[in-house]
Each structure stands twice: as C-alpha cells, then as structure tokens.
Ligand binder design. Structure first.
Ligand SMILES: Cc1cn([C@H]2C[C@H](O)[C@@H](COP(=O)(O)OP(=O)(O)O[C@H]3O[C@@H](C)C(=O)[C@@H](O)[C@H]3O)O2)c(=O)[nH]c1=O
Length: 185
C-alpha cells in the first residue's frame, strides 16, 4: 500500500497494489501496520457496504458529532464514484476546504477520511458498491451533515442534474464558517 498526501490536513490517499496472475489479482485492502508506520492510528470497529443501483446517486455530506466522530477508509469495489471530503475541523489549517477523487474498482485507490471531515460521494456508473471501514459505531442521534451543493465550499461535482438523493440528504443545511464545525480537542 502506498500512501499519498491530499491537499487537506491529515487526509490521505491509499493506493493499493494488486498482485496479478493468470487467475486475476490479490490485493491487501487494509493494513494496520502500514498505517501505524505513517502515524495513522485506525481502529476499525465496523465495516459497511453501500450498493447504488444507479449512476448519478449522491450520498452526503455526512459526519458524526463528538463524541462519535469517526475516521473512515472508503473504497469502491464495484463501479466508480467521485468521492468528496470537506474539512470541517475548526482547528485544522485546511478548515473549510474540500477535496475530491475518483475511486473505482480499477484504480485501487481508497481515501482515508479523518475525524472532523464531512464525507460524500456521487456514483459515476450504475451498480456501484462502496466498502468503508469506520473507527466508531453508528450513532443515529449524533448523525449530521451539510448540503452537497453548499456554495460555501463550491464542490465541483462531475454531475449536478437529475441526481438521486435521499430525503434526509436534501434536508441538510448550508454550513456557516463562523459558527459551525467540529472541535475535536
Ligand atoms: C451509516 C449506517 C446506516 N444505517 C442504517 C440507517 C438507515 O436505515 C440505512 C441507510 O442509512 P443512510 O441513509 O444514512 O446511509 P448512507 O447515506 O449510505 O450513509 C453513509 O453515507 C456515506 C456518505 C458516509 O460517509 C457514511 O458514513 C454514512 O453516513 O442504514 C445503519 O444501520 N448503520 C450505519 O452504520
């Protein structure tokens, strides 16, 4: 696994390295030691798979509030997605900035999303499956989010029309840079 920086504080890209043979490939999808060696302590307590039937499905932008903030490792194991994170950690040097990357079954990239980030994605193909590991348990009453199309961040989504979005995700509010955000310390 090769670890690449992103423009956002503490968020990194994990590039998996498949070993090919005549049957297909083998790839290590998570290695605690490699992350530890890079100063990332990831304690996986739950792993999830989300399946999306249609191209143009958007889920986001989600986070859990303290004390249930979570680190995530997001991978696309079928199809492809545009994966987006926003740094909403008030104490971060990149507070308010966003980053996006295509994750696909072919490019073997995963995104490590630290606590204090909002996360979401848009499917770029039909029949898309996302696998993500999280470092905290699901806590429905601590769920929160911001709007995917919040002008505060100006996310450059590859598609913006006729998206499939849950009623819950349509109801998130815009972010206020003065009053909103997470304080982890
Ligand atoms: C996230 C989650 C949902 N659920 C339930 C609640 C609901 O009935 C159903 C679907 O939930 P949601 O609509 O919140 O699923 P979804 O929109 O896929 O939520 C996910 O979106 C991505 C972008 C993330 O970053 C994740 O952390 C998570 O928030 O699954 C669980 O039981 N456990 C979980 O850990």
């Amino acid at each position: 696994m090769v670890i690449h920086p992103t423009p956002l504080h503490q968020a990194v890209i994990l590039e998996m390295q498949p070993i090919l043979d005549n049957r297909g490939y083998f790839v290590r999808s998570f290695c605690k030691k490699t992350l530890d060696d890079h100063g990332i302590s990831f304690d996986n307590v739950q792993s999830n798979i989300a399946y999306n039937r249609n191209h143009g499905t958007l889920r986001g932008m989600h986070f859990q509030l303290p004390p249930y903030c979570e680190d995530k490792i997001v991978s696309c194991i079928q199809g492809s997605i545009y994966d987006v994170i926003i740094d909403i950690n008030r104490e971060s040097p990149t507070f308010g900035k966003w980053f996006g990357i295509t994750l696909s079954e072919n490019n073997h990239m995963s995104l490590y999303v630290p606590k204090g980030f909002a996360h979401g994605y848009l499917t770029l193909s039909s029949n898309t499956s996302i696998h993500y590991m999280v470092s905290n348990y699901y806590a429905p009453s601590y769920e929160s989010g911001v709007r995917w199309d919040d002008k505060t961040f100006g996310i450059n989504w590859p598609l913006e029309d006729n998206l499939i979005i849950s009623e819950k995700d349509k109801q998130w509010q815009n972010f206020n840079m003065i009053t909103d955000g997470i304080i982890l310390s």
